[in-house]
Design a protein around this ligand. Structure first.
Ligand SMILES: CC(=O)SCCNC(=O)CCNC(=O)[C@H](O)C(C)(C)COP(=O)(O)OP(=O)(O)OC[C@H]1O[C@@H](n2cnc3c(N)ncnc32)[C@H](O)[C@@H]1OP(=O)(O)O
Ligand SMILES: O=CC(=O)O
Ligand SMILES: [Mg+2]
Length: 726
């Protein structure tokens, strides 16, 4: 087969071989022979174990399906618990322990702030995300609906809107870095004298900061600085001063912007927000990660006819109040999310011609690439502590966490890395992990750097696990249902009990309405109050706005309060989100189906036909929702569940899909590469994939969408090799 090279007993796609040998290996001190023989050894050892873990998932699901076929949701909680224990779904209680992770960067261990997620396949967005460590508060407020109508932020500058933005920003300064007297609104000049901030007021008086130690530094001349650096709850705020700038000129103190330290960390995602189905796609994803780790990734940006090159930002230079030069990181600390244990990739084949577990290949190649950062081969550092931060999704229970730990051990050995260099962020997003979280964390306790409530996958798993118990609640009711609230609380509790603060993040999930920033400002503070040291945001502007929450709430104090209160009740997680005796009207049912179908089609058609792994898709109310594979898992499993329990018929689902396909076609009509699904439903790969996800939803392993999406995307790529990929 000409596309594959035989290396030892493996057959490696030539695209991958060339990438690894010509681009990734040079400079790492790892030879090609060592890499490939190491990979072969890891695969030989771990493939059987990986397969056994997947079989165990199916076995447990089959037991649970049987139980519900017998009892539906009519059983005593204790009997259900005993059953889950008996089949090994619920693991034995874990003795108290604390994690022992060492060499973590402050962004993970010491600081609390937003975590941005980005599909690493899109270099333009990935660079933007890495640079979102710092973001303009003025832009985030002006360009979104955070404080004013979003529509008004488009077009030429609106001074009235600008004034509201500035007033908001100065009120924020008054709350977080207040002056001894008066307001930042009244300041006409900022300067430093003898290491202290001096604010001259419009009435001629001078004042300083109420807490002098909130001054962190400055840039320019101390008496006439171009930037004043402040710090609150560990996060920096830069007042940018420039009277020659149009905004600075109209500001009494010459403030042209307030820059916030925003995305402390960013997850470069190789998983649910990307569509990578073959060696070509995998190499594209790996190449961008390499560019980030070597510091030379570039993207050409064309805006309003002007072309520019986007690169990683340098570190930021300041002088301290006592006049010593220092730098702050200019980029978010980068983590990489690899895939889970389920999928295989034909980028590498075993001697028997089998595709290998994609998660194993990801661990080896992303780890190899990160060695460039560890060896400081490029101009910019990611981890100053010499760690590689890997986020591991979709693990079920402690045996799968233990498997990840062994995999990381083996990859460290093959790459010549010190033990526990590869850190792990555990996505708490499958029911078997949530219920046994402590046991899972114990398996990775020397390398754990985060837990995160991935509530989207978790909801999909909740639906699939209890599929046979009855019809599920409507989708919008899930977010406030008892199991989910218990899961969110238990996660924080376990994180605190296992000593994560100081060593690892306790993280919360994604804000999935990227255009609804006012709602995010109002609601996402709840994440910080609930003890999370980070939470996911979908865009740089959202990172800036979410950073405001960490100025408002001191996370460590919130965590101490939570530890003292102990309101978590893990057994509540076992309350099934089943709607007993549903009394939904025909309109309610149709609305739910319409909404799910629109989201599924809008996302799937772009995934399968264009290789776009994350999209903003309007729901039936017109609200743009971030859709990725996890949200697709929820919608498709939900429809499969209602079909299974006769809430709707197959004909109704098909009618709904065809009607919604017209809506999605209309939404995409300006895209010249888009092929309408309604032109020929039976020939539309997107439409067919959507149908399979619903009508064959119950047969999908744990309700995952990857197998169907991959199969259809591969077919499309074979038919139309020119199809775009992001
Ligand atoms: C359940 C889970 O697993 S959640 C985790 C996976 N999900 C994600 O990673 C979501 C990440 N977010 C995204 O991919 C995008 O924001 C989407 C798809 C939701 C919306 O994308 P778009 O419709 O293109 O956004 P929109 O047009 O509003 O904004 C585009 C601009 O914002 C920037 N942007 C948007 N999202 C991001 C991001 N996550 N990181 C960096 N920059 C971003 C783009 O770079 C672009 O700016 P540019 O022109 O200067 O390059
Ligand atoms: O990965 C995140 C989720 O919510 O799922
Ligand atoms: Mg997920």
């Amino acid at each position: 087969m000409k596309d594959y090279a035989t290396i030892g007993n493996l057959r490696v796609s030539v695209l991958l071989q060339r990438f690894v040998e010509d681009e990734a290996l040079p400079g790492t001190g790892v030879s090609a022979a060592r890499f490939w023989s190491g990979l072969e050894a890891v695969l030989t050892e771990l493939i059987p174990r990986n397969k056994a873990l997947l079989m165990r998932r199916d076995e447990l699901q089959a037991h649970i399906d049987e139980w519900h076929k017998q009892y539906e949701d009519d059983f005593e909680p204790e009997a259900y618990k005993a059953f889950l224990r008996e089949i090994g779904y619920l693991e034995a209680e874990t003795e108290a322990f604390e994690i022992g992770t060492r060499r973590v960067d402050p962004e993970i261990g010491a600081l609390a702030g937003p975590q941005l997620v980005v599909p690493v396949s899109n270099a333009r967005y990935a660079l933007n995300a890495a640079n979102a460590r710092w973001g303009s508060l003025y832009d985030a407020l002006y360009g979104t609906d955070a404080i004013l109508d979003a529509a008004a932020g488009v077009g030429s500058y609106d001074p009235a809107r600008g004034e509201r933005v500035i007033a908001f920003a100065k009120a924020f300064l008054d709350r977080t870095v207040p002056l001894k007297e008066g307001s930042h609104r009244e300041v006409v000049d900022y300067g430093l004298i003898e290491g202290r901030l001096v604010a001259s007021m419009s009435d001629g008086k001078r004042t300083g900061l109420r807490q002098a130690d909130k001054l962190a530094g400055y840039r320019g001349e101390s008496i006439r600085p171009e930037a004043v650096l402040l710090r609150n709850n560990g996060l920096h705020i830069e007042l940018q001063l420039d009277r020659s700038h149009p905004i600075g000129a109209s500001d009494p103190a010459g403030v042209k912007d307030v820059l916030l330290e925003a995305a402390l960390t960013v997850i470069m995602d190789c998983e649910d927000s990307v569509a990578a189905v073959d060696a070509e796609d995998k190499v594209h994803v790996y190449r961008n990660w390499l560019g980030l780790m070597q510091g030379d990734l570039e993207a050409i940006i064309v805006k309003q006819g002007q072309s520019s090159v986007r690169r990683l930002h340098s570190d930021r230079r300041y002088r301290s109040p006592s006049d010593a030069a220092f730098e702050l990181k200019g980029r978010a600390l980068m983590l990489v999310r690899t895939v889970g244990h389920l999928m295989t990739t034909n980028a590498v084949l075993t001697a028997a011609g089998e595709a290998v577990p994609e998660g194993i290949l990801d661990a080896a190649v992303t780890g190899l690439i990160a060695k460039h950062d560890l060896l400081a081969s490029g101009p910019l550092r990611n981890s100053r502590e010499g760690s590689v931060y890997v986020v591991k999704p979709k693990m079920h229970g402690s045996e799968e966490a233990a498997f990840a730990n062994v995999l990381f051990d083996r990859v460290e050995d093959m790459l010549g890395l010190e033990r526990h260099t590869l850190k792990i962020g555990v996505m708490d997003e499958e029911r078997r992990t949530s219920l046994n979280l402590k046991a899972c964390l114990r398996e990775v306790k020397e390398r754990l750097i985060f837990i995160n409530t991935g509530f989207l996958d978790r909801t999909g798993d909740e639906i699939r696990t209890s599929m046979e118990a009855g019809p599920m609640l409507r989708k919008y009711e899930m977010k406030t249902s008892p199991w989910l609230l218990a899961y969110e609380r238990a996660n924080v509790r376990v994180g605190l009990d296992c000593g994560l603060p100081g060593r690892a993040q306790i993280g919360k999930g994604m804000w999935a309405m990227p255009d609804r920033m006012a709602d995010m400002l109002a609601q996402k503070i709840g994440h910080v109050e609930s003890g999370a040291s980070t939470a996911w945001v979908p865009s740089p502007a959202a990172a800036v706005l979410h950073a405001l929450h960490y100025h408002q709430v001191d996370v460590r104090s919130a965590q101490r309060r939570i530890q003292a209160e102990d309101r978590s009740c893990p057994d509540e997680m076992l309350r099934l989100p089943v709607q007993r005796n549903p009394a939904w009207s025909a309109e309610d049912i149709q609305r739910e189906l319409d909404n799910n179908a629109q989201g599924i089609l809008g996302y799937v058609v772009r995934w399968v036909e264009h290789g776009v792994g994350c999209s903003k898709v309007p729901d039936i109310g017109g609200v743009g929702l971030m859709e990725d594979r996890a949200t697709l898992r929820i919608s498709s499993q939900h429809m499969a569940n209602w079909l299974r329990h006769g809430v709707c018929s197959a004909e109704q689902v098909m009618e709904t899909l065809k009607r919604m396909a017209l809506v999605v076609d209309a939404q995409n009509e300006r895209d010249p590469l888009y092929r309408p699904m309604s032109a020929n439903y039976s020939q539309s790969p997107g439409f067919q994939a959507a149908c399979e996800l619903i009508f064959q939803g119950i047969e999908q392993p744990n309700g995952y969408t990857e197998p169907i999406l991959h199969r259809h995307r591969i077919e499309v790529k074979q038919m139309r090799p020119q199809g775009r990929s992001l």
